[in-house]
Design a protein around this ligand. Structure first.
Ligand code: UDP
Length: 396
């Protein structure tokens, strides 16, 4: 039986609004899954780092799902992780709470999870969400390297965790090839989509709400502004797409985020003057309007372990043109829910986009295919699979 689970998510709180900084798909994942498990009777406490002394230490998001903020400090990462883990143990002792399973999210939390597993004898599941070696393999010249500490820590966590949770078969293959994950402890559990939030709807109404003109053809890119998201490719594609406009929704993320934003604004001014609209992040509940407003959602990422935006856009009835990289080849069904494009050639993207945007019949076919494909992703299914994995660990 699994009655109580501790999620460790040190560097991103599910209470943070996604779409900029460190807050993105992982926040949505942790929040959606914790809520779904709680509604199934499995209590979840999400431990995250307290960055502001004025915020409450404990927040009940809904019955059975709490966020607990733990203060931690240290001269280096190892100290910080130790201090955070100590804080979690002290909180657990004070609250007199025991967990059946620890589920860590991202490598830093995996590191803390290993310390907690050793100290408390509770089995550990790890979801990395992104992997240092995979990001390193697509790093552009001049971009900062992934730290060796990260890569070493990931390898250690893979070796020690009771269950390594991959989000797609491609993610599992990466964990096997780059980190020698043991096949018997490696599992696939894809993320879901909240179908109450993301469903097809009136495009004209959505365009009014987003504040773009009701006429004309729009494509959209949604997510953190980061070089890995390949937003430059979508902007360059406009050079081959007469009179199409592009909506970019999201804010700077990572050490290079602000510089990337400036680069993209300059590129838009040079490539497609007046045809690119940058909007700051919108509340997660309102992203559906952006998807419904767009004729096509473009996901030209250089690396992506799953791509929640692609899944959400499809659930909203909008075909997706995505990069054939990582988990996107699983999340998007080529020629059924959109198109996958190999490489970073803007002309190839433009060709795929215009096949949808210039042909209403094809757009309708792919829109129906998108809804059908996205129906396969649900947080309920993710919770089912994880509960199976948790039970397996608890039963040894
Ligand atoms: N998102 C949002 N508001 C925004 C931009 C993005 O709520 O303005 C959400 C989006 O709906 C999705 C998540 O942020 O759920 C991004 O997840 P994805 O897996 O696409 O990218 P990641 O951030 O994990 O790289």
């Amino acid at each position: 039986m699994t009655d109580r689970v501790a999620f460790i998510s040190i560097h991103s709180s599910p209470l943070a609004a996604p779409g900029e900084g460190d807050a993105g798909g992982m926040n949505v994942y942790v929040d959606s899954l914790a809520g779904t498990l709680a509604r199934r009777g499995v209590a979840v406490d999400v431990f995250t780092r307290r960055l502001d002394d004025d915020v409450l230490e404990e927040t009940e998001v809904e019955p059975g799902y709490r966020v607990v903020q733990i203060s931690a400090s240290g001269d280096d990462r190892a100290d910080l992780i130790r201090s955070f883990s100590e804080g979690v143990v002290k909180w657990m002792e004070r609250a007199e709470v025991l967990y059946d399973v620890i589920h860590s999210h991202y490598w830093l939390s995996g590191w803390a999870g290993v310390l907690l597993q050793d100290r408390l004898g509770i089995p550990l599941a790890i979801s990395f969400h992104t992997l240092g070696r995979v990001k390193e393999s697509v790093r552009a010249p001049g971009e900062p390297r992934e730290s060796l500490v990260r890569i070493a820590a990931e390898a250690e966590v893979v070796a020690r965790a009771g269950c390594v949770v991959a989000s797609t078969p491609a993610d599992a293959a990466d964990l096997f090839e780059h980190y020698q994950a043991a096949p018997e402890r490696l599992c696939v559990s894809p993320p879901g989509v909240d179908h109450n939030l993301f469903s097809p709807g009136d495009a004209a109404e959505a365009r009014r709400r987003v504040g773009v003109g009701e006429d004309g053809r729009w494509m959209a890119v949604v997510g953190r502004i980061h070089p890995l998201k390949g937003i430059d490719v979508a902007i360059r594609a406009l050079a081959h797409l007469e009179s199409v406009r592009l909506l970019v929704v999201g804010g700077p993320s990572g050490p290079d985020g602000h510089a990337e934003m400036k680069r993209l604004e300059a590129l838009a001014a040079a490539t497609a003057p007046g045809r690119v609209v940058f909007l700051p992040p919108v509340a997660h509940e309102e992203v559906v309007d952006v998807y419904r407003a767009a004729d096509v959602v473009v996901v030209p990422s250089r690396s992506e372990s799953f791509g929640l935006v692609a899944a959400e856009a499809q659930a909203s009835g909008t075909p997706v043109v995505a990069a054939r990289v990582g988990g996107l080849a699983y999340t998007v069904a080529d020629d059924q829910s959109g198109y996958l494009v190999a490489g970073e050639d803007p002309a190839a993207y433009a060709e795929a986009i215009s096949r949808i945007i210039d042909d209403p019949e094809e757009a309708a076919r792919l829109s129906a295919g998108a809804v059908a494909h996205a129906a396969g992703f649900s947080w309920e299914a993710t919770a089912d699979r994880l509960l199976e994995l948790y039970h397996g660990m608890v039963d040894g």
